[in-house]
Ligand binder design. Structure first.
Ligand code: SF4
Length: 95
């Protein structure tokens, strides 16, 4: 899965990445997941939609602050929004 063999693999020791072996994008052109600005993300998201490790992938991207590409079926912008919502929810709970 070239998608994950991008430089990002400076991972924490002990990070469990076995879920990547079950990724739907294994063998899929990684460029699909890193579309040019303004290009469609539909095709990548359709691969993610039926991926059984979608949640693991999304959480991985959030945890590692992945800024580019489609992870867990979400674009950078969608992940940013989700991070903001979670931060607000945490503050709501804490406050
Ligand atoms: S959710 Fe998408 S990017 Fe993540 S492993 Fe599955 S197919 Fe790949």
């Amino acid at each position: 899965m070239q998608h994950f063999s991008i430089p990002a693999l400076e991972l924490d020791e002990g990070d469990d990445r076995r879920w990547q072996e079950r990724a739907n994008c294994l063998g899929v052109d990684p460029d699909l997941f890193f579309p040019e600005r303004g290009a469609s993300t539909k095709e990548a998201k359709s691969v993610c939609n039926s991926c059984e490790v979608r949640l693991e992938c999304l959480e991985y991207a959030l945890r590692h602050g992945e800024k580019f590409g489609i992870w867990g079926g979400m674009s950078e912008r969608e992940r940013r929004r989700l991070r903001r919502q979670r931060a607000l929810a945490r503050r709501g709970i804490a406050g």
